[in-house]
Design a binder for this molecule. Structure first.
Ligand code: GLO
Ligand code: MG
Length: 345
């Protein structure tokens, strides 16, 4: 397998229990410590966190208590040789975020969302990461008439500006997703994320995170989204996974549905030098619901293995031969060349 520059990461939520809207969990909950130990064994380098993965019950704790617990966690991670990749405010569980967080119609709820985000930054600082990820889960609407989408752009900018002002070293990576849980989200694609970055007080500190499944849900090719973000120097994190067409967010193992699509994502990462500035390859993947406890970590191990195999495939792709076919507009043979390369024949 490829000797490579990549460093890998997942979050505690990726060792999930299998509950879905139609049925209960199929695996028992595991402790955080157990999850951390598995991360190391699987050859991963970092963990990504929600603010309340790092400090449980964060809404009911004082600022001093939050900082203390985050520092203790940092020590635990240091002991294991694991970095914290990022911290993300979980703005979709609280009763204060039922109708949106930064874009709620209720000013009290918007205030809660901003204050919670500032606390999330305090957690990140204690855990020595400068990266905050914003998955804007409920920033959208269930019906268009319920919110003023024009105002919501201002609310989003205001929230991001407050975060940028709270800590001058923090960087914010927006993780776009077109739908789920909302009918339609306000920041559905990388183009939207980068456009809103430009309205903020410090655009240099606002970038993006691409999730393969989210791009597919938007009807886009994740590889092109990667190239687009990289053209702006804005791809600061990555959630690789897979998705079988337009349905609920599946978070399948990387390449599970579309091997060729995954190959093209890896090619895009390779040609942009992703990872050279310390960016991590994170897998936002979940086990299939029927997965037994003894196979519980396979989706993480397999995603990483597939990624490394695809790095080999990207590096051994016959670029010179492809160039000749492209110059001759012989896309038929180019197509077959890619298929045979992936099939190993
Ligand atoms: C859901 C998102 C979610 C985020 C995570 C980090 O669709 O992919 O898993 O990545 O909450 O912000
Ligand atoms: Mg994600």
């Amino acid at each position: 397998m490829a000797k490579n520059r990549y460093q890998f990461c997942f979050g505690p939520w990726n060792i999930s229990e299998g509950g879905d809207p139609y049925g209960p969990p199929t695996r028992p909950a595991q402790s955080f410590d157990w999850k951390l130990a598995q991360l190391k064994k699987l050859g991963y380098d970092a963990m990504m966190f929600h603010d309340d993965d790092a400090v449980p019950d964060i809404d009911n704790k004082s600022d001093a208590q939050i900082r203390k617990e985050a520092r203790e966690l940092k020590k635990q991670l240091d002991g294991e040789g694991i970095a914290a990749e990022m911290v993300a405010p979980r703005l979709w569980f609280s009763p204060m975020t039922i109708d949106g967080a930064y874009t709620s119609n209720d000013p009290k709820c918007r205030k809660y969302a901003i204050e919670r985000s500032l606390r999330c930054i305090d957690v990140a600082r204690a855990m020595e990461t400068d990266l905050i990820v914003l998955w804007l889960a409920r920033e959208g609407s269930y019906l268009r008439e319920s919110k003023n989408a024009r105002k919501c752009v201002d609310y989003l900018v205001e929230a991001i500006d407050r975060m940028l002002a709270h800590d001058k070293s923090v960087r914010i990576a927006i993780e776009p997703k077109p739908n789920e849980p909302m009918d339609v989200a306000y920041i559905p694609t990388i183009g939207h994320a980068l456009a809103i970055a430009n309205l903020t007080a410090d655009p240099k500190r606002v970038g993006a995170l691409i999730e393969s499944a989210h791009a597919i849900l938007a009807g886009l090719d994740p590889a092109d989204e990667i190239d687009f973000a990289c053209a702006f120097g804005k791809l600061w994190s990555l959630h690789l996974n897979d998705q079988n067409g337009l349905k609920f967010d599946q978070d399948k193992p990387f390449a599970s549905s579309n091997l060729r699509g995954a190959f093209n994502q890896v090619r895009a990462l390779e040609r942009n030098g992703y990872g050279k500035k310390g960016e991590y390859v994170c897998f936002d993947v979940h086990p299939f619901r029927p997965t037994k406890v003894e196979h519980w970590l396979k989706h993480l191990d397999n995603s990483r293995r597939t990624f490394l195999h695809l790095v080999d495939k990207a590096r051994t792709f016959d670029e010179a031969k492809a160039k000749v076919l492209i110059a001759d507009r012989n896309y038929q043979d180019l197509d077959q060349m890619v298929l045979e390369h992936l099939m190993g024949v």
